[in-house]
Design a protein. Structure first.
Length: 179
């Protein structure tokens, strides 16, 4: 799946302590497990709370991980292809452990959707384009561009039942486990 590169502008400070733009260009960390699966663009990450704004180092990891760092956050944009493509890709990926943490978070026995998963995080999701169903163990809701979902450590999946991609911006915040 080809997705449009996402422009990322990051601010910081110069040696004199003045605010400056430190990067302006395509986000460098893009991840796709296999053809037909979701395309994840990692935009930024924090590794502590409160976040540390010292220095101008790249904070996004080159390797995609599902969960945010302990006491940290992750900001990413995901392009979800239609389920007719994505579900076949998920089926092919079942036996592959890519180190993202997806395998341990996935609810493989859930009959609702092959993408059901759960993480110890609070996730702010903003639908940027298209439409997608947010699915819980019980119930689902259709989200369209401009809609927001706050996902609080629940078992969930994303189901794109259209013929067009859906694009969602996510901020994941590390949280204490429910149990």
């Amino acid at each position: 799946m080809a997705s449009k590169p996402i422009r990322r502008v990051v601010t910081g400070h110069n040696a004199a302590g003045k605010s400056v733009f430190i990067t302006d260009g395509s986000a460098p960390h893009i991840y796709q497990r296999s053809p037909g699966s979701a395309v994840v663009t990692a935009l930024w990450e924090t590794r502590s709370a409160p976040a540390d704004n010292r220095g101008n180092a790249e904070m996004s990891q080159a390797q995609h991980t599902l969960r945010p760092p302990k006491n940290g956050t992750v900001f990413r944009i995901i392009h979800y292809p239609p389920d007719k493509l994505r579900l076949a890709a998920i089926k092919k990926e079942e036996a592959v452990d890519d180190g993202s943490g997806r395998d341990s978070a996935t609810d493989r026995n859930n009959p609702r959707h092959a993408g059901m998963h759960k993480t110890d995080s609070v996730d702010y999701a903003i639908v940027l384009a298209g439409e997608i169903y947010a699915m819980m163990d019980e119930g689902e809701v259709l989200l369209k561009a401009g809609d927001v979902l706050i996902q609080r450590g629940t078992n969930h999946a994303w189901s794109n039942r259209t013929d067009e991609d859906a694009t969602i911006a996510f901020v994941l915040i590390d949280a204490e486990p429910l149990l």
